[in-house]
Design a protein around this ligand. Structure first.
Ligand SMILES: C[S@@+](CC[C@H](N)C(=O)[O-])C[C@H]1O[C@@H](n2cnc3c(N)ncnc32)[C@H](O)[C@@H]1O
Length: 257
């Protein structure tokens, strides 16, 4: 049995070597974050906001974003879209100039600030976050970056409850740009909800983050096969982890068909 056990050593080493970046992420983002939360009694999102307050220039969205990036790269990992995929978002927003933008999954407001900064003048952004603690941080970050309620509206609640009442309660007739960055298992359900409630404008862009890792295979399969979208996959790396490959799906809504 000792010989058998020894035979597994190279296999184990190979597995460890291959998944070293994932293990490092797990250690940094989950274990260390949890430990710091317990020791300090302050959640990491609040710690990030304190860093922003001390270092970011109020009213300067670009500076707010770069301060966030510094925090995530040097101090603690945050699951924000980050600067690399952020460039793709900015480019698409510039090209498409949407008047109405919807973000699912606000977290600390990084993506919200990035989107709001790249939208054309007069455009309106609705962002949805179910966790009240994250929403409280995001609200402060959005206002710190200089965006008022008439430009960016933060809606607290889970997407499945918020989407059906977006029109009546929040006045969103149709979204021309949707950024999905919440739980991957909700992507397909929420895309279908947006379709059912007629909330996607014809030609709308739906950008879905991290569809390869952690991954949203059913969403991708639906988007590619239902005939309502033109799909493109942008290969990138996971936020603040250049060694972990990731992908962003860009969907162009062709109409109900
Ligand atoms: C990866 S973070 C979003 C990052 C953010 N878009 C950014 O770029 O800074 C995912 C967020 O989705 C939120 N979330 C989870 N389930 C959700 C749902 N059903 N509807 C809306 N947001 C959800 C989580 O609470 C978390 O804050």
């Amino acid at each position: 049995s000792a010989v058998l056990a020894l035979a597994f050593v190279p296999l184990l080493l190979t597995l460890l070597l291959r998944s070293r970046h994932l293990l490092a992420l797990l250690l940094r983002a989950v274990l260390l974050g949890w430990l710091r939360d317990r020791l300090s009694g302050v959640p990491r999102e609040q710690r990030a906001f304190q860093y922003l307050l001390a270092n970011a220039v109020p009213g300067d969205p670009r500076h707010v974003l770069s301060t966030f990036d510094r925090w995530s790269q040097r101090c603690e990992h945050l699951s924000c879209v980050g600067p690399v995929k952020g460039q793709l978002l900015e480019r698409l927003l510039c090209e498409r100039a949407p008047r109405t933008v919807l973000e699912l999954g606000t977290y600390c407001g990084y993506g919200t600030v990035l989107l709001a900064n790249a939208m054309p003048p007069g455009a309106r952004l609705y962002t949805v976050e179910p966790d009240p603690r994250h929403a409280a941080v995001a609200e402060k970050v959005i206002r710190l970056a200089g965006f008022a309620e008439d430009k960016v509206e933060l809606i607290v609640g889970p997407s499945a409850e918020v989407i059906p009442r977006l029109r009546e309660r929040h006045g969103l007739q149709r979204a021309q740009f949707v950024f999905m960055a919440h739980w991957k298992r909700c992507y397909l359900r929420d895309l279908r909800l947006l379709e059912e409630h007629g909330l996607l404008a014809e030609g709308a862009t739906v950008l879905a983050d991290n569809v390869l890792f952690p991954g949203a295979p059913r969403f991708l399969q639906y988007a590619r096969s239902c005939g309502r979208y033109r799909c493109r996959l942008h290969r990138a790396s996971l936020e603040y982890c250049p060694a972990i490959p990731a992908g962003v799906a860009e969907l162009r809504y062709l109409g109900p068909g």
